[in-house]
Design a protein around this ligand. Structure first.
Ligand code: NAD
Length: 347
């Protein structure tokens, strides 16, 4: 029989429902408590998922003796504090992406996990996707050779969130780069072999989000008066092994259609994520290889299952705190370079 794992969820908004849904599908897992500062969100989530204990303050939740683990599903400004409090209370933690708002916060989170001996996992799901795992198998088999460059794109033509605090820099740390660029960066960086970033050169632009919406878009009007993040971020990151990564991320951009993709270019072969492809030279011919079947698993289900396996001590995390910290260094480097208008060094 599977070892029982009791989980508490901090933040009861959009993504919390997805966490709870998948956690409740895992044998031996019980979501026993949920916390939110908004009474309506707390009540709705507790009732929909039949969760017995509710709290308005995360400290009361992490103090529960029966909890083994906590997932943090609050806005970015409130990732570091509940993560550190839960680790100190002896719980294993999964914190949603991005790990935090700053490198300083992420370093404190990793240091606390090391001091307490608890596991810290980042809610990066793209690396679990069947397409990413197919590329990972090719990388491991040496099919791509040395990965030299990754072109990453998380581009929305008009996709400024009309809910939450996604347009407020002081609460989110930034806009599309930290919110959706992070998904494509985390998986590309993982497949590149997790090199350390050493410098960034970037620009950020705001031209639409801070004004009233003038066109119809699927997500409706956003709050332009509180909008302080970029509409578009573009940046080049260099790594200690000589590889480079280019990122383009937008909430709003004048382009034909949305793109959520990366392409890896190695010295022996290449790969792209969506649609999944491998590019190789074989017997004097250039091939675009189309996989017949990469799998149909749900990446989010795999992410939650992996966390529980880590909590049970069955395996090492595929997305440990250290990976979150490295990705945070990339994000912060891009923002710092855009602010200063210069290439910045990343420590
Ligand atoms: N992995 C993914 O695909 C994915 C998708 C969406 C969101 N996210 C991440 O999840 C986080 C939350 O996003 P969301 O879409 O659920 O936002 P949301 O606004 O729907 O929900 C956040 C909830 O946190 C609550 N909250 C705020 N401060 C709190 C505090 N101090 N204590 C307790 N609760 C507090 C809010 O009241 C709200 O109900 C963000 O960091 C976001 O980047 C990840």
């Amino acid at each position: 029989m599977a070892k029982k794992v009791c989980v508490g969820v901090i933040g009861a908004g959009g993504i919390a429902g997805t966490h709870i849904k998948y956690l409740q599908q895992i044998e031996g897992v019980e979501v026993v408590a949920v916390c939110d500062i908004r009474e309506d969100a707390l009540k709705r989530t507790a009732e929909s998922f039949n969760i017995a204990k509710t709290f308005a303050n995360h400290r009361d939740l992490v103090a529960l003796k029966e909890l083994h683990a906590v997932t943090v599903c609050t806005p970015n400004y409130f990732h570091a504090e509940p993560t550190i409090d839960a680790l100190k209370a002896g719980k294993h933690v999964m914190v949603e992406k991005p790990m935090s708002m700053t490198v300083k916060e992420s370093e404190a989170m990793v240091a606390t996990a090391r001091q307490t001996g608890r596991k810290l996992v980042i809610g990066f799901q793209s690396r679990y996707s069947p397409a990413a795992q197919m590329i990972q198998r090719s990388v491991e088999a040496g099919e791509l050779g040395k990965v030299l460059y990754s072109r990453c794109q998380a581009l929305r033509r008009r996709g400024i969130p009309s809910w939450g605090v996604f347009g407020q820099k002081s609460l989110q740390g930034g806009g599309p780069l930290i919110d959706i660029g992070v998904h494509i960066i985390e998986v590309a960086h993982y497949l590149m072999g997790r090199p350390q970033p050493i410098s960034a050169s970037a620009s950020c632009y705001t031209y639409l989000g801070d004004k009233p919406s003038k066109v119809k878009s699927a997500w409706g009007a956003w709050d332009h008066e509180t909008y302080t993040v970029e509409d578009l971020a573009v940046g080049l990151v260099r790594f200690d092994n000589g590889a480079t990564l280019f990122i383009e991320a937008s909430f709003a951009a004048h382009l034909e259609s949305d793109v959520f993709n990366f392409t890896l270019m190695g010295d022996k072969g290449g790969a792209s994520f969506d649609p999944p492809r491998i590019y190789k030279d074989e017997a004097g011919t250039m091939f675009n290889m189309v996989p017949h079947f990469v799998g149909s698993e749900d990446q989010f289900a795999l992410k939650m299952q992996d966390f529980i396996a880590v909590v049970r001590g069955e395996k090492k995390s595929t997305a440990p705190g250290e990976d979150g910290l490295t990705v945070q260094k990339i994000l912060e480097g891009v923002y710092k370079s855009a602010e200063t208008g210069k290439e910045v060094r990343i420590k």
